[in-house]
Design a protein around this ligand. Structure first.
Ligand code: NAD
Length: 499
């Protein structure tokens, strides 16, 4: 059986803690791999390597950094297929979807390749007599990233390329459920010429994470995962004096107005609800149908959902793969089984589903719940599976109020032909990312990704300008170079003012 080791100081390092975890192929249910779990001492070794590397990386030239990043970009591009296959083997998502995740991660490497522009700084000349002011941004030091299972390649790439391009060194703790892609990303960066210790990967569970949160040499923590853990990360890292951004869970609503193109809306709802088996933080998990069009919309969603082909991610015919674990599959099924008793109309029940020849896989079919009350567990909780709730609203205002009452505020979308209504929605909805006739509005790499409310704890979104700001701190330099012919200004005890 394969074992996934840590990646510390530019090489693969076998675990010494004696602890490890299973990695399962979700399509077969078989444990294919074991992953080492780091002890406190092993996390400390990774942080020490990063700290040593920072002594030179923190002052390396922009030309050196971007040269390595451009080589890394080319290597990643050449290894898209391989990384996508690692993702599918451990996560279960279908190959095209895995390729899409690698492509979206590459966008952030593109951003990092252009870090020269992002770090240019600002200069104001002659703010006072012979005084100039410049603003520069400098790296923080050693920073840590903790990432979820659902995007094992893309979410790490939201973090480390930007952090490293800014001059920091990095310790990544990827999800223990699908750790192989992260290690491959680190190996390829080393192949591109990244010096030893600049990017380290330690595997593990709460022991490894909590050590990173309290380690005195870790300056900042980026986290992506579920809301309860995001809260813990934000509180603990903050209490330890670290800069922290912690992105949490979601319940993303799609508001469909009566004038919307119903076929386009149904296509979008099915794609966004059931893609990656609903295991996306930007999945649409609640459709809010406004006015009398609800029945026609539900009928169209049902027709499309019934045609989705479910199967192993490596089969090109599969459109949707299995869930990450058996326990998660059972949890998702329980929401659907309990839905009717909580007042939902169960239009599609996917709980009794398997794939021939893969009976031990973590399968579940597509479920569609209509007229879902806001009190139902299926609506209140983030299910993170292929379950779409439809809620009905009489007016735009009622639909908006329903969305804004959600504790989550990650992504949302409006489907309409009315530009005025769409404009109101952009301004009035309480969410960090808004789509207008776009169901999964994941911002491109040069904007920033992040939600509101219980979907993000901290001030900075990921990547884009926010990412650069998160991984650097500002410094303002005020300079006076007197003209050599001028006499000294003399003593003045007044507070400096600019004249
Ligand atoms: P998770 O919160 O269970 O795990 C995330 C990371 O935290 C993993 O590395 C895990 O090892 C670690 N962890 C788990 N329990 C911990 C604990 N008690 N103490 C310290 N560390 C712990 O999340 P997941 O199940 O891997 O991923 C799915 C969740 O991530 C969903 O809620 C999804 O919405 C969310 N997510 C959010 C975004 C976003 O951008 N907002 C993106 C992707 C996923």
């Amino acid at each position: 059986m394969k074992t996934v080791h840590h990646w510390i100081d530019g090489k693969s390092v076998e675990g010494t803690s004696g602890e490890s975890g299973p990695v399962t192929d979700p399509a077969t249910g078989a444990v294919t791999t074991r992953v080492d779990f780091a002890s406190v001492a092993e996390v400390d070794a990774a942080v020490a390597a990063a700290r040593t590397a920072w002594a030179t990386w923190g002052t390396s030239s922009l030309a050196q950094r971007t040269g390595i990043l451009f080589r890394y970009r080319a290597l990643l591009d050449a290894h898209r297929e391989e990384i996508a296959r690692l993702v599918t083997a451990e996560h279960g998502k279908v190959h095209d979807d895995a390729l899409g995740e690698v492509a979206r991660g590459l966008e952030i490497v593109d951003l990092a390749c252009g870090i020269t522009t992002q770090l240019k700084g600002e200069l104001s000349t002659q703010v006072s007599h012979r005084v100039d002011v410049s603003a520069i941004r400098q790296p923080l030091g050693v920073v840590a990233g903790i990432t979820p299972f659902n995007f094992p390649a893309m979410v790490p790439m939201w973090m480390f390329p930007v952090a490293i391009a800014c001059g920091n060194t990095f310790v990544l703790k990827p999800s223990e459920k699908d750790p192989s892609a992260a290690v491959r990303l680190a190996e390829l960066f080393a192949e591109a010429g990244l010096p030893e210790g600049v990017l380290n990967v330690v595997h593990g569970d709460k022991v490894a994470v909590d050590r990173l949160l309290e380690h005195p040499d870790v300056a900042a923590v980026s986290f992506v995962g579920s809301t309860p853990i995001a809260r813990h990360i934000h509180a603990t890292a903050g209490a330890n004096g670290k800069r922290v951004q912690a992105l949490g869970g979601a319940k993303n609503h799609m508001l469909v107005l009566p004038d919307a193109d119903l076929d386009a809306a149904a296509d979008a709802a099915v794609s966004a609800a059931y893609g990656s088996a609903g295991e996306r933080c930007m999945a649409v998990s609640a459709v809010v149908a406004v006015g009398a069009t609800g029945d026609a919309l539900v009928e169209r969603i049902k027709e499309r959902a019934e045609k989705i082909v479910i199967g192993p991610g490596e089969d090109p015919a599969s459109e949707m793969g299995p869930l990450i674990t058996k326990a998660h599959r059972d949890k998702v099924a329980a929401y659907v089984r309990g839905a009717a008793a909580q007042g939902c109309d169960v239009v599609l029940d996917g709980t009794d589903f398997t794939v021939k020849g893969y009976e031990e896989g973590h399968w579940i079919g597509l479920s569609l719940l209509d007229r879902v009350p806001v009190e139902a567990d299926a609506y209140r909780d983030e299910i993170f599976g292929p379950v779409l709730c439809v809620l009905r609203a009489g007016t735009y205002e009622e639909g908006l109020a329903l969305i804004n009452a959600s504790p989550f505020g990650n992504g949302t979308a409006i489907f309409t032909r009315d530009g005025g209504a769409a404009r109101r929605f952009q301004l009035e909805v309480q969410a960090g990312m808004v789509g207008v006739n776009v169901p999964i509005p994941v911002p491109v790499g040069y904007h920033s990704f992040g939600g509101w409310k219980d979907s993000l704890f901290g001030d900075h979104h990921m990547y884009g300008n926010d990412g650069v700001h998160f991984y650097t701190r500002g410094k303002v330099v005020t300079t006076r170079w007197p003209d050599p012919s001028e006499a000294a200004a003399g003593v003045d005890l007044g507070f400096p003012s600019n004249g």
